[in-house]
Write a protein that binds this ligand. Structure first.
Ligand code: FES
Length: 106
C-alpha cells in the first residue's frame, strides 16, 4: 500500500491509497470528478487515462512499452518528459508518494 498525490482536472488535490500491484488508474478513475475516464478499463487502448508525472517520479518508472508510447504520442498534449498512461503504472514501494496531474480532456 502506498499513497499517490493527484491533481485532478479541476485543480483539486487528492491523496489516495493504492495497494501494491494495482494501477494508478483505478483510484484516479474513482474520483467523484476531475479524474480519468479510462474508457478501455486498463487495456492500454484508449489513452483516456493520460496523466503527467512529476519529473522526479517519472524517472523511477522506466520506459513505457511501445504500445503505450504509441497511444501517448497520439494525444494532443503529449509531453515526453511527463506523460504516462496511468493504467500502465503499477504501485510498488518505490512509488509511495508519487505525484501526478490528470491530463486535459482531448
Ligand atoms: S484506461 Fe485505456 S489506455 Fe489506460
Amino acid at each position: 500500500m502506498g499513497k499517490i498525490h493527484v491533481t485532478d482536472r479541476d485543480g483539486g488535490e487528492h491523496e489516495l491509497d493504492v495497494s501494491n500491484g494495482l494501477s494508478l488508474m483505478e483510484p484516479i478513475r474513482d474520483l467523484d470528478s476531475g479524474g480519468v475516464e479510462a474508457l478501455c478499463g486498463g487495456m492500454c487502448s484508449c489513452a483516456t487515462c493520460h496523466v503527467f508525472v512529476e519529473p522526479e517520479w517519472f524517472k523511477k518508472l522506466g520506459a513505457p512499452e511501445d504500445d503505450e508510447l504509441e497511444l501517448l504520442e497520439g494525444t494532443e498534449c503529449f509531453d515526453e518528459a511527463r506523460s504516462r498512461l496511468s493504467c500502465q503504472v503499477f504501485m510498488r514501494d518505490e512509488l509511495d508518494g508519487i505525484q501526478v496531474t490528470v491530463a486535459p480532456e482531448e
